[in-house]
Design a protein around this ligand. Structure first.
Ligand SMILES: [Zn+2]
Length: 236
């Protein structure tokens, strides 16, 4: 026999879940529509090029040890409590030496970050990026690889790896194959190819991003962080 109490509880729970899903759809759908008719002033008060310049200026301050540590005050925290308006999405590596806020000299609420070893792109990562682009109207997306990336090295070495590290290596393998036999440093060639392939995939696989790029409201660039100098170079 079904316990009526239990059934009631389940029904209420389902109702709550359904209501939650409805709220989520309602909050995302207007954002998606916003992208369809997007223009720079509507989605953000900074253009894609100005956003890129802002990042590069911050990286210059970081290299020259002239960081200003912006947007980290108590008033910034209070301002952000009302909502976030980041000006750049960064898909970067989890490597502890490649922290975007530090190397771009930015603060709270400035960067929408997705960090995963080898800055690999999968559907879940793509979902996060599309959310930031469509719902938050972020004008710039940077895929940030870096010199001497351990995840890329594992893919290059091709040795057996334990556990789920294999999934990571498999995601980077195409960059290794694409650069096989190329002149120069095989490790760095694969790092660069891994970034460039992600940039191309982002533009090709996501209609949401492709539309925003076409409308001029989103710029997608690939960059490489130099572990030795701290410099970020735009490579795609
Ligand atoms: Zn890395």
């Amino acid at each position: 026999m079904t316990d009526p109490k239990k059934t009631g509880r389940m029904s209420r729970r389902n109702l709550i879940l359904m209501a939650g899903a409805g709220t989520l759809m309602a909050s995302i759908a207007p954002g998606l529509l916003k992208v369809e008719a997007a223009n720079a002033s509507e989605t953000s008060n900074i253009t894609p090029d100005a956003a890129l310049q802002k990042l590069m200026d911050g990286n210059r301050r970081y290299i020259q040890q002239k960081r200003t540590f912006p947007d980290q005050s108590r008033s910034r925290i209070l301002e952000l409590a009302k909502g976030q308006h980041p000006f750049a999405i960064v898909l970067g590596c989890s490597d502890s030496r490649v922290a975007p806020e530090i190397l771009f000299d930015q603060g709270l609420g400035d960067l929408f970050e997705i960090r995963v070893a080898g800055n690999v792109l999968d559907n879940v990562v793509l979902g996060s990026i599309e959310y930031a682009a469509a719902e938050l109207g972020v004008p710039l997306l940077v895929v940030l690889g870096h010199e001497r990336c351990g995840a890329v090295k594992a893919a290059l070495d091709g040795k057996p790896v334990p556990g789920h590290i294999g999934s990571l290596v498999a995601a980077i393998k195409p960059a290794v194959y694409a650069t096989k036999g190329q002149l120069g440093d095989a490790w760095d060639n694969a790092v660069r190819a891994n970034v460039k392939m992600s940039v191309n995939k982002l533009k090709a696989l996501s209609p949401i991003l492709a539309k925003a790029v076409k409308a001029g409201t989103l710029k997608v660039v690939g960059a490489r962080y130099d572990i030795d100098s701290g410099e970020v170079e735009v490579i795609a």
